[in-house]
Design a protein around this ligand. Structure first.
Ligand SMILES: [Ca+2]
Ligand SMILES: [Ca+2]
Length: 154
């Protein structure tokens, strides 16, 4: 469940897996009627299954922003392109997550980052995602200097 969220939002080269493989798996998961396209309702259902509740408008926004040929669905190419663009934005978001630079990132900041993307996740989901991030210091989106700031001093 959360590994799926992590794959979706935190795909990172630390897992030596090919990103396109991850995208393929995700796409296959989302495309429940196997027509080779992900529509708004499939996207909503898929995200809900990962613990991320999206409103219709938010899901529509995601589809629309990735949709190139205007059939109101994402084919694999569009989906991949969207995720790639998306990831870049998310990395930036997480780099800037520690807004008050106190060396800590709390779940509210995680929640807010998802909210900025139109995705409403629960406090519990945000905490679990946070635990995963914090539990993995090698995660490149989490700058080490930010993490250790305030601890090394003296
Ligand atoms: Ca479909
Ligand atoms: Ca399309």
């Amino acid at each position: 469940m959360y590994s799926a969220v992590r794959k979706l939002f935190f795909t990172d080269c630390q897992c030596a897996r090919e990103p396109s493989k991850t995208y393929e798996e995700l796409f296959a998961k989302l495309d429940t009627n196997k027509d080779g396209k992900v529509d708004v309702s499939e996207l909503r259902a898929g995200l809900a299954a990962m613990g991320i509740q999206t409103g219709n408008a938010a899901a529509q926004k995601i589809v629309s922003s990735g949709d190139r040929d205007h059939d109101d669905r994402l084919d694999f190419k569009e989906f991949t392109k969207y995720l790639k663009d998306h990831e870049k934005k998310l990395r930036l978001t997480f780099k800037n997550l520690d807004k008050n630079k106190d060396g800590q990132i709390d779940y509210m900041e995680i929640k807010q980052s998802f909210a900025d993307l139109g995705l409403d996740i629960s406090k519990e989901d945000a905490e679990k995602i946070l635990q995963r991030l914090v539990g993995n210091l090698g995660f490149s989106a989490l700058p080490r200097d930010t993490l250790t700031r305030g601890r090394g001093g003296s």
